[in-house]
Design a protein around this ligand. Structure first.
Ligand code: G3H
Ligand code: ZN
Length: 284
């Protein structure tokens, strides 16, 4: 069923014991099919998110991919929400709204704090007028657009409270140690900072760059207050590895359905494992 991001996050935030809502990045149909299949198998809600960079890869076309995700969501037994990830332009947010996404991330984290607050507040007024949810980012999560994660760039809890009050965002992406695009799981999260942020801020906290976090630490991050867990690299690694292996073993295969199915199955397994990891029953 098609769900709304803010409703999925609100339900998770109010749940005891806690659970995390996974938000996986969609690049093509196989991704969307696999993510939904994995969520259905585990009875978990899920967010399909499409990033501005993925739109660029789809030759600028957001709408066809959203239409496909929407149809898959409508037909799904799992609650599935559609979210625009890492948008830096108002124009793309408008297109996401028109295409039927229920929320957008407006990423002004590379601007000065003052500028971030100003443009995100403006975007939030627009989003709320349309009934859309909006995620803002305060602090710098590295591994994207030349940014690097540093202690100074991590999210300060008191400043984060002011940011949420000034912008009215519905969810807050925070910098607590992660970097985007990590192939190894060796990130050390700042757990104390997550707890302090949870105390300071009353909207759902979002973890970007979750692929670099060891599983047990991801579960601990959710116990401490992370609600939305963004994951992309790990499913892409599984997808590409499985296809590479399959093609190496089957040199005469040319039909994309043969290796596409193998890649899709690999994503399903990662999605299922993450859903189980962050489910309420495993959060103690
Ligand atoms: O917005 C998307 C996420 O932050 C994905 O990060 O590719 O490191 O898992 P990741
Ligand atoms: Zn991200």
């Amino acid at each position: 069923m098609l769900a709304r991001t803010v409703d999925l996050l609100k339900a998770a935030m109010q749940s005891h014991p806690r659970y995390g809502v996974l938000a996986f990045n969609v690049i093509g149909m196989e991704h969307a099919e696999a993510i939904i299949q994995g969520a259905e198998a585990e009875g978990a809600p899920v967010i399909l998110q499409i990033s501005q960079n993925a739109v660029r890869y789809r030759i600028g076309a957001l709408e066809p991919l959203v239409a496909a995700c929407r149809e898959l969501a409508l037909a799904s037994r799992a609650p599935v929400a559609l979210h625009l990830d890492h948008a830096t332009t108002h124009e793309l947010c408008q297109r996401a709204a028109a295409a039927g996404m229920s929320s957008v991330m407006f990423d002004a984290s590379m601007e000065s704090n003052e500028q971030n607050i100003e443009v995100t507040a403006t975007e939030a007024r627009w989003a709320h007028d349309l009934g859309l949810g909006i995620e803002g980012e305060f602090g710098i999560v590295g591994g994207k657009d030349g940014a690097i994660t540093t202690r100074e760039g991590m999210t300060d809890p008191h400043a984060a409270r002011d940011y949420v009050a000034a912008t009215s965002v519905d969810a807050l992406a925070v910098s607590v140690g992660t970097e985007h695009g990590m192939m190894d799981r060796e990130i050390e999260l700042d757990f104390e900072r997550i707890s302090a942020l949870r105390e300071a801020v009353d909207v759902p906290l979002v973890l970007h760059g979750s692929s670099g976090v060891p599983d047990e630490d991801l579960a601990e991050a959710v116990r401490r207050g992370i609600v939305k867990v963004n994951l992309a690299t790990q499913i892409n690694v599984a997808y590409t590895r499985a296809i590479r292996q399959f093609l190496d073993d089957n040199l005469d295969v040319s039909d994309p359905r043969w290796y596409g199915a193998v890649g899709r199955a690999a994503i399903v397994e990662v999605v299922r494992a993450k859903c189980r990891l962050l489910s309420a029953s495993d959060q103690g």
